[in-house]
Design a protein around this ligand. Structure first.
Ligand SMILES: Nc1nc2c(ncn2[C@@H]2O[C@H](COP(=O)(O)OP(=O)(O)OP(=O)(O)O)[C@@H](O)[C@H]2O)c(=O)[nH]1
Ligand SMILES: [Mg+2]
Length: 424
């Protein structure tokens, strides 16, 4: 099962506001009327209950929401960029890949979280008209959409998890009590990814049951498929610990002990989870002998005797699990924090200091309030100061932006009220 995926997400950039003027029949020199840019689209993740794995996203290296369009004349807004909503299974966690911060934990059907914020559109020039300047040549650039690398992880959300050594009958148990059809075989490690099914006890009672791959000694340190599914087990409310009383998987007294030690090694909280201990394969000829030894070794443990093969004793296990799940839910509800707003991640968007506009063939315009103000502080008739300004603009990335926009050697560049020559 693919349950770890890395991906780059990029929200759309806001469209730039524009500089434009009202042009009507009787007002040839009308006031500023440049519209605002549209907002960039955002990237969301949402629970899709039809999905049970992340396989669908395996080849998706990056996801990008739509950019906002620039503003339009007559104060009209540019179009907003399209959002992207990525459907993921219940139990999906999303982290910032850079620092491991948890951005979202999708544990409820219908939950939707905003992961990358779209940039806001820039304001058109009519917003900048003042008493002193009723013809502003400036409009705001759009904000840059947020971009980040994320790590997506699936941790199955099951109410109960079947654990135990390989070949003890966990998958058989799941197949008998739910509609799941996991692979069942007489060799160890048949199950290599958790299977999941729904137990229906009638009267609207029931729970989600997961079958885990077999655990072995050393799993807590990562042996076998160790950590892979101990991660899943951590999310179960109740553990159903299956023991093979035929003795074929090993001495039941030792097996029981080893599994519990592995749980504790991995995570102290796992050991504290409610456990229902199931003695399976009671139809086997050696089973009652092993069971007697087991009871002697652990006289205080309640043991459920079953044969999953012959469908004996299973109902009792399911009702016991149901009770424990209900208890766990009560405790969770008591300790639960109120459901958070879906936005878990705050982002400070940036606006570029300027943008480049094509004014005419071979002529470019640097649109920026900040640069206009800066230019005002230089005396461009002084070659030394002109040179200093050039350095300053280069440092701000103006030269690079011009080059990217397509400016060539000898083109003209309008900055503030000056026309400069572009030297590549
Ligand atoms: N005699 C007997 N055999 C059983 C019983 N339950 C399961 N088995 C057999 O035990 C073998 C292993 O069963 P699985 O359900 O695949 O065991 P598992 O615990 O899922 O094994 P892994 O996936 O490898 O961890 C199969 O051959 C089953 O038919 C039972 O109650 N009695
Ligand atoms: Mg199995």
């Amino acid at each position: 099962m693919i349950d770890f995926i890395k991906m780059h997400v990029k929200a759309g950039d806001g469209g730039r506001g524009i500089v434009a003027w009202r042009r009507e029949k009787f007002y040839p020199m009308g006031g500023p009327a440049g519209g605002d840019g549209g907002n960039g689209g955002s990237v969301y993740f949402a629970v899709d209950t039809n999905e049970t794995t992340l396989t669908k996203l395996r080849f998706t290296k990056s996801v990008k929401a739509g950019n906002g369009s620039p503003g339009l004349i007559k104060k009209m807004h540019g179009k907003s960029g399209d959002d992207v909503v990525i459907g993921v299974p219940l139990g999906t966690m999303i982290r910032n890949a850079e620092n491991g911060d948890l951005l979202a934990d999708l544990t409820k059907p219908g939950q939707k979280v905003l992961i990358a914020h779209g940039g806001k559109g820039g304001l058109g020039n009519h917003h900048f008209a003042t008493a002193r300047n009723d013809a502003p040549e400036y409009a705001q650039p759009g904000e840059v959409g947020e971009s980040l690398d994320i790590q997506i992880e699936l941790r199955l959300l099951a109410d109960a998890g079947l654990i135990g050594f390989p070949s003890v009958g966990k998958s058989t148990f799941l197949s008998v009590v739910t509609n799941a059809r996991p692979e069942i075989a007489a060799y160890p490690f048949t199950t290599i990814e958790p299977n999941i099914g729904v137990v229906d006890l009638g009267n609207e009672k029931g729970f989600v049951l997961a079958d885990m791959p077999g655990l072995i000694e050393g799993a807590g340190e990562g042996r076998g498929l160790g950590h892979e599914f101990l991660r899943h087990i951590r999310r179960c409310r109740v553990l159903i610990h299956v023991i093979d009383m035929s003795g074929e998987a090993g001495d039941p007294v030792e097996c029981y002990d080893i599994i519990n030690k592995e749980l504790a090694t991995y995570d102290a909280d796992l050991e504290k989870k409610p456990q229902i201990v199931v003695a399976n394969k009671m139809d086997d000829e050696y089973a009652s002998m092993y069971l007697d030894e087991f009871k002697k070794a652990y006289p205080d443990i309640k043991i459920y005797e079953v044969s999953t093969l012959k469908h004996i004793g299973l109902k009792e296990v399911l009702y016991a699990a149901m009770d424990e799940i209900d208890n766990a839910k009560v405790v969770e509800a008591e300790n639960a924090a109120p459901i958070e707003e879906t936005i878990v991640y705050r982002y400070q968007p940036k606006r570029p200091d300027f943008y480049i506009e094509k004014d005419a063939p071979g002529r470019w315009k640097v649109v920026s309030q900040k640069i206009d103000n800066l230019v005002d502080t230089y005396d461009l008739d002084d070659p030394d100061q002109a040179y200093q300004l050039g350095l300053q603009l280069d440092k701000m990335g103006v030269d690079r932006a011009l080059r990217e926009a397509g400016a060539r050697d000898g083109d003209q560049v309008i900055v503030n009220n000056y026309i400069l020559d572009f030297k590549d």
